[in-house]
Design a protein around this ligand. Sequence first.
Ligand SMILES: CC(C)(COP(=O)(O)OP(=O)(O)OC[C@H]1O[C@@H](n2cnc3c(N)ncnc32)[C@H](O)[C@@H]1OP(=O)(O)O)[C@@H](O)C(=O)NCCC(=O)NCCS
Length: 221
Amino acid sequence: MKPIIIFGVGQFAEVAHFYFTRDSSREVAAFTTDDMAMAPQQLLGLPVIPFSEIAAKYPPSSYDMFVAIGSSAVNRNRRDKCACMKSLGFTLASYASSKSIIWTEAIGENSFILEHNTIQPYTRIGNNVIIWSGNHIGHHVIVEDNCFITSHVVISGGVTIGEGTFLGVNATIRDHIHLGKYNVIGAGAVILKNTRDEEVYSSKSALRHPATTHEQDEISA
Ligand SMILES: CC(C)(COP(=O)(O)OP(=O)(O)OC[C@H]1O[C@@H](n2cnc3c(N)ncnc32)[C@H](O)[C@@H]1OP(=O)(O)O)[C@@H](O)C(=O)NCCC(=O)NCCS
């Protein structure tokens, strides 16, 4: 396994460094960014290299890359940077937590799967898919490239998640439906039907007036 360079200097980059160094056979050699004006010279004791110099100083023959960009522009920024890395010749590294239960080997490059995920058999996870902690991804699910699944999402069996889709915390997806490409599924949304491409879906807000909460407290007391 080659050591890796992490693209990014934000919180996702720090989290990626944490998991790769503690729970994988990968060593992290450096960070890189194309915004040196906003970057520190070092991060977590490692050098931060201008992206324009990375292939010369850390060539793809000796180093792999992990792109640690969040869901900005509905995952398109991370998608585009992964394509850029591949055009430079880098292989993209993936991470899967030893504390998740993963019953598929069909997981693409630049994927990042944190702890307490259950991924059932016959499921396919595409390239550049970020799966944060504590999700259920049922059997025969297809997660297409460039998706971001946050936390405590339930994806029922046989669902297809279209390319680039973002799933907010606690979203619930009914079995055997198809989410479109580049959807934003809001926190707590319950999706029962197929969705169209490039749309935002959220549930009616569950926020309650404080007086209502107070009344409820009195009743239960
Ligand atoms: C759906 C979402 C994308 C909308 O974002 P937005 O356009 O910035 O919306 P706003 O925060 O301005 O809220 C607009 C209105 O929608 C409501 N709303 C926002 N998100 C909602 C949600 N998930 N469910 C129900 N109502 C929601 C707000 O209460 C607000 O209502 P109001 O106008 O009556 O006050 C976003 O709220 C969301 O759910 N993102 C996912 C967050 C998440 O899971 N983060 C995890 C990161 S690890």
